[in-house]
Design a protein around this ligand. Structure first.
Ligand code: PHE
Length: 438
């Protein structure tokens, strides 16, 4: 990052920005969440709806968020006021875009903590099982604390320049390692079944609630509906088209999710496991594959480290949204804002930890605290926020914004396509799915 004359930091380079945006997008959502959601929703049709959502809704909203941030050069709440007028009711969309990352970060860091625990156990030569870990609130709380602390340390600024550079090496490394695992599972008996599960359609496997989950997941995975791209866009200057960058990030993100899905389901079907086991899926499958591979110990060590790093580049983008808003709206110092917000997030994560042990029986409609935190954001908060962002961009900012976002004249078809997708197609699709499934 570099400082501009106006005192607001900006990305040091175009590549730095793309890497940070891809770093935010690629995370636990791709490797941990996407496979188990596809498993819970019967595979093929869910994947198809998910990809359609990325193309029709995700990419346009991604462009819209970056533009809103870049134009306003401000935090999520102020960005809506600058795009409309001071005290505009649209600022509540900004507040929603603060609520979402706050809640998501609380459980995201818990899961990232599981990854750290697996890394540690593997290095120590112990074979960790997820049940064992989930039974222990203290171990989870410890790793949750470590992960929140790491996120806060980076957002505090010291190592930010470092992370841009590390992301340039470690993100591609994760991709390559997933490629290696992919080649390895080609030889497993479950490989073809995995492809059939993920890419062919069994009618009836997908319920309306599953469609909503696919919509929510497309937002979650692209870091939309929670201000991350508005905030990252606000560190951009210049007028270049946002389209190419957005498509590049979306393609990378989808490729990582599909690769992870194929690897995990190949293991599921080779070992005769249950594809619908939910959040534990990744943790129960991959170690089986590592156990069979030559050099499995090292591969596991590198893999969990890279996944933890991918989670870190996502979690810093979430914390950044909250810290920037607090600093700019309330005038709090950056240091204090980071420490206070991280402490609150750590505390909110504790009930998510307890959902797997002491409070496992405390449920509302069969959902634990962890489930509720996830559902309330992924299935409601993100789609609603994304829909409002889309409407704001299409109707309030209008053709001028669409033209600036794609870097084409107002009557160019790229501009028109973006304008009408954000005005009608994307919001209508989200609304229809919300109504149908709630
Ligand atoms: N996109 C990240 C992932 O897929 C999670 C995330 C969501 C990050 C929202 C930032 C904002 O893991």
């Amino acid at each position: 990052m570099s400082s501009s004359p106006r005192g607001r930091v900006h990305w040091a380079s175009r590549l730095g920005f793309i890497l940070a945006a891809a770093g935010s997008a690629v995370g636990l959502g791709n490797i941990w969440k996407f496979p188990y959601m596809a498993g819970n929703n019967g595979g093929g049709l869910f994947v198809l709806v998910y990809i359609a959502c990325i193309l029709l809704v995700g990419i346009p909203v991604f462009i819209a968020e970056l533009h809103i941030g870049r134009q306003a050069q401000a935090n999520v709440v102020t960005a809506f006021e600058k795009g409309h007028r001071p005290k505009s009711p649209w600022r509540f969309v900004g507040w929603l875009a603060l609520f979402n990352p706050f809640v998501i970060l609380s459980f995201y860091c818990v899961v990232a903590g599981w990854v750290l625990d697996f890394e540690w156990a593997n290095l120590a030569g112990r074979s960790e099982t997820l049940e064992h870990l989930l039974d222990s609130p203290w171990r989870q709380i410890f790793w949750h604390f470590v992960f929140v602390g790491a996120t806060a340390a980076i957002v505090l600024g010291g190592i930010r320049n470092g992370i841009e550079r590390w992301a340039a090496i470690l993100m591609p490394a994760l991709f390559v390692l997933l490629g290696v695992l992919f080649v390895r599972v080609l030889f497993e008996p479950g490989f073809l079944k995995a492809l059939a599960f993920l890419f062919s359609f069994h009618a009836g496997a997908l319920k309306p609630a599953g469609v909503l989950e696919a919509v929510g997941q497309s937002f979650f995975t692209l870091s939309l509906g929670m201000g991350a791209m508005i905030t990252y866009g606000s560190y951009l200057k210049g007028e270049e088209s946002l389209m190419r960058n957005s498509v590049a990030v979306a393609v990378t993100d989808t490729a990582v999710a599909l690769l992870a899905g194929i690897v995990i389901f190949a293991i599921v079907f080779s070992f005769g496991l249950d594809p619908t086991q939910g959040p534990s899926l990744m943790f129960k499958t991959l170690p089986l594959l590592f156990g069979k591979m030559i050099g499995g110990y090292w591969i596991a060590a590198v893999f969990f480290l890279l996944v933890a790093f991918a989670a870190l580049t996502s979690s810093i983008s979430l914390l950044e949204v909250l810290v920037t808003a607090c600093v700019e709206r309330r005038g709090t110092g950056r240091r204090k804002a980071t420490l206070v917000i991280s402490a609150l997030i750590f505390l909110l994560g504790v009930p998510s930890v307890l959902s797997f042990n002491l409070w496992a029986g405390k449920t509302v409609g069969g959902l634990t605290f962890f489930d509720v935190a996830d559902k309330i954001t992924s299935s409601i908060g993100l789609p609603v926020c994304g829909m409002l962002v889309s409407l704001f961009f299409g109707w309030v900012l209008g053709p001028k914004a669409a033209s600036a976002a794609v870097g084409r004249p107002e009557n160019h078809w790229h501009t028109r396509l973006l304008l009408w997708t954000t005005r009608l197609l994307a919001p209508a699709a989200i609304l229809a799915v919300l109504i149908k499934s709630l």
